[in-house]
Design a protein around this ligand. Structure first.
Ligand SMILES: NC(=O)c1ccc[n+]([C@@H]2O[C@H](COP(=O)([O-])OP(=O)(O)OC[C@H]3O[C@@H](n4cnc5c(N)ncnc54)[C@H](O)[C@@H]3O)[C@@H](O)[C@H]2O)c1
Length: 399
């Protein structure tokens, strides 16, 4: 099938369905993501978008009653709604039809001890960011995953938008030349106006450094911005200088971070992430400037990518249009003009995780397209370096 046919006949879904036909669904369970967790809902939905997983088990809260009643409300049988992750790992491993994969979306400080239980039973892991709350746990986790040879995916979901993948391809084929400048920003406004006495309602476990790590805002969205910067440009951040602080006098954790970075090709970059930007929604934006051209993408308009060649007017490249790369097309589900968004991008990570598992089963190795354990470790080291810089009056810190 030519690319044109795939686009014209909306055959992408057919291709996806063929994958299900060829391979059995992977049995998956979840830890975390209870009734009020938006990201729990996103994980469960994403896992089923392309019919690659069968959702069979879970523990959704530390509160036993809540966990069981929520699991049952999602259609699980009562004996597979657990009261804690240790029991879940043990009981699932004793079943012939036990889980083969687990999604972890509890507060990050618990990720290491949860994942350890499942890896011991050779269960593949898909985990939300940030990987952990400490560098020590991140490194321990990396060693564990390497040794056990399970597949590990980290849900840096933004990197799976089709038009960011197109941006990555454009950078990789040299169309914008050598990258000189990069800017990523993610202003949100959810801590504006929050009073000290109410902050627990908004920020919950994020107030606890053992769960969220040294900086709330860097853990929440700083790692996403950092990952995206590396992902699109294929460059690494060498050094960071930062000011990370709390803009609101009522909130006791960091809610704003301005960072400048030096990349390994000598390009300069900046990252601004905030929950103190009044009225800010989810204003994720990335801009990349090279010697021959530039790219710009805004989450509010995710199906369009701005591409400017030196001395030419800016073009808008639309999702699933005739010139986009195979990689970008593979990351789309519907024909151009129909909008795709957050959930579809999230689902791409799950589908690629399924592909990695199938590949590994067949070939004992797999080419990871989704973010990896190494991306997770780098994200944690970045958080600690930026926070250290801020504590030292914005001194440059090597990563
Ligand atoms: N990828 C993204 O864009 C994104 C967005 C939001 C949150 N996250 C990440 O997801 C994770 C959770 O964040 P959240 O916003 O859902 O928090 P939350 O407080 O809204 O929900 C956490 C959920 O986990 C449950 N839980 C906590 N400990 C548990 C345990 N030991 N066993 C079972 N369930 C447990 C709680 O009952 C709750 O339902 C964090 O790592 C966060 O950084 C990622």
């Amino acid at each position: 099938m030519t690319k044109k046919e795939k686009i014209a006949f909306g055959r992408l879904n057919q291709m996806r369905n063929d994958q299900i036909g060829k391979n059995k669904k992977i049995r998956i369970g979840f830890v975390g993501g209870g009734p009020n967790s938006f990201i729990g809902y996103s994980h469960r939905l994403a896992s089923r978008f392309d019919n690659r997983f069968e959702f069979v088990a879970g523990v959704f809260s530390r509160d036993i009653k809540k966990s069981i009643s929520f699991g049952q409300s999602l259609g699980l049988s009562k004996d597979r709604c657990y009261d804690n992750f240790i029991t879940m790992a043990k009981k699932e491993s004793q079943r012939g039809d036990g889980i083969e994969a687990v999604g972890v979306m509890t507060p990050s400080g618990d990720h290491y001890k949860i994942i350890r239980e499942f890896v011991a039973n050779k269960v593949h892991i898909i985990c939300d960011k940030p990987l952990t709350a400490t560098i020590k746990d991140a490194v321990r986790l990396e060693k564990l995953i390497k040794k056990s040879k399970v597949i590990f995916a980290l849900t840096h979901n933004y990197s799976a938008y089709p038009m960011l993948r197109e941006a990555k391809e454009i950078v990789a084929n040299g169309s914008i030349g050598k990258i000189n400048l990069i800017n990523v920003e993610y202003p949100q406004g959810y801590t504006v106006g929050v009073k000290r006495k109410d902050q627990k309602n908004t920020l919950k476990w994020r107030l606890d450094k053992r769960m969220a790590g040294p900086s709330m805002i860097l853990a929440e969205i700083g790692t996403h911005a950092y990952h995206l910067m590396r992902y699109v440009t294929n460059l690494e951040v060498k050094e960071v200088a930062a000011e990370v602080n709390s803009i609101s006098s009522e909130v006791t954790v960091d809610d704003n971070a301005f960072l400048i970075v030096r990349m390994n090709n000598n390009a300069r970059g900046s990252i601004w992430v905030s929950s103190a930007a009044t009225g800010g929604e989810n204003g994720l934006k990335i801009r990349v400037y090279g010697t021959n051209g530039a790219l710009e993408w805004f989450q509010d308009d995710p199906n369009n990518l701005k591409f400017t060649e030196l001395n030419k007017p800016t073009q808008i490249i639309t999702r699933a249009s005739s010139t986009v790369s195979e990689f970008s097309i593979r990351s789309s589900r519907i024909a151009a003009g129909h909008p795709e968004g957050f959930f579809e991008a999230f689902a791409n990570i799950y589908t690629e995780f399924a592909d990695s598992i199938i590949d590994y089963k067949k070939n004992k190795k797999s080419k990871l397209i989704h973010p990896s354990i190494q991306d997770g470790v780098k994200g944690i080291k970045f958080i600690f370096a930026a926070k250290k810089s801020s504590n030292l009056n914005s001194k440059w810190i090597k990563i």
